[in-house]
Design a protein around this ligand. Structure first.
Ligand SMILES: NC(=O)c1ccc[n+]([C@@H]2O[C@H](COP(=O)([O-])OP(=O)(O)OC[C@H]3O[C@@H](n4cnc5c(N)ncnc54)[C@H](O)[C@@H]3O)[C@@H](O)[C@H]2O)c1
Length: 287
């Protein structure tokens, strides 16, 4: 690789300020936003004028992210802490958002549990947790926001998928096959159900993300990603496969690159786009 090619294949820098102001007066809820991609999405919509609710199961990290992002963007942030897969939690999140901000324009379903291992190695308990944290949280959040969106005849729902559901990546049966595959199905059927209700539902699927580059100076809470969920042998095999993939850009994404696509679907601009799936994955999968 020459020097220019090397520079081109690095991830983009975090702080490219946007000139867009699509979220003035809007309220955006981002799940799993204490760190990683969710934190960057929350920051992006705040930079464009949104009041933002960040929801996560990790209490200390959520409070800290809300405080920091509010300082950095000058926008109001509400921190909501809870396991969104548990009954009633998403309903409480919606109630608190309406109490504080009076409306919900956008829901970004980003929360997930990154568990990558052979299906035969899952315990019964981990199987349940993987379905809870990759399916039930999104289902419950969608169901909880719909009544207020239907009442206002306006809503944007953006589901965060992941390309592994359609590339057949090994060790992704729960995370991608069940989790992200169902996210795509949910996107399409819910979009069909809400077509005449002013609501759009779309899905953005990243490939690999440099999610450590989320701009948090204190780093990430890896406790929510139990190291045993991603055994080194599985990760080494995934890295080998990704190096040998011919049709990708040869780098993972910066989270701001994914957040930019999410911000479009989350905004009023995307008024005539629903039931769609877009890969933001450097060519890993096409159409
Ligand atoms: N990191 C990647 O390479 C990659 C690739 C493709 C897709 N994705 C998707 O992008 C999204 C963000 O990924 P990331 O790397 O930032 O992940 P991450 O693990 O850093 O962050 C996910 C956040 O979701 C929270 N969360 C999980 N389950 C929750 C629940 N039930 N209730 C409340 N909070 C919950 C976690 O506490 C965590 O803070 C996920 O949907 C992931 O599947 C990531």
């Amino acid at each position: 690789m020459n020097a220019q090619t090397q520079a081109d294949s690095k991830t983009a820098p975090f702080a490219i300020p946007t000139q867009c102001r699509r979220f003035e007066g809007r309220v955006v809820v981002v799940t799993g936003a204490a760190q990683g991609l969710g934190r960057v999405i929350a920051r992006r919509v705040a930079e464009e004028g949104a009041s933002v609710v960040i929801c996560d199961v990790n209490e200390a990290q959520t409070q800290r992210a809300a405080q920091r992002l509010a300082q950095e963007t000058g926008r109001p942030f509400l921190a909501f802490v809870g396991d969104l897969s548990a009954e009633g939690v998403a309903d409480r999140m919606v109630a608190q958002t309406l109490e504080r901000f009076g409306r919900i324009d956008t829901l970004v379903n980003n929360a997930a549990a990154l568990i990558r291992m052979p299906l035969v190695d899952f315990t019964e308990e981990l199987l349940r947790k993987a379905v809870d944290w990759n399916v039930w949280n999104t289902l419950r959040c969608c169901k909880a926001v719909l009544p207020t969106m239907i009442e206002r005849h306006y809503g944007r729902i953006v589901n965060i998928g992941g390309e592994a559901w359609r590339t057949g990546a090994p060790f992704h049966t729960l995370l991608a096959g069940v989790g992200k595959g169902s996210m795509v199905g949910l996107t399409v059927t819910l979009a069909g159900e809400t077509l005449r209700q002013g609501i759009t539902v779309n899905c953005v699927s990243p490939g690999g993300i440099d999610s450590e580059a989320d701009g948090d100076p204190e780093g990430r809470a890896l406790a929510v990603r139990d190291p045993s969920w991603n055994p080194p042998e599985a990760m080494a095999e995934l890295a080998r496969l990704s190096r040998s993939r011919p049709n990708s850009m040869g780098r993972i994404s910066h989270p701001t690159e994914v957040a930019a696509a999410v911000a479009f679907f989350a905004s009023p601009e995307a008024s005539y786009v629903t039931g769609q799936h877009v890969g933001v994955s450097g060519g890993m999968a096409m159409i």
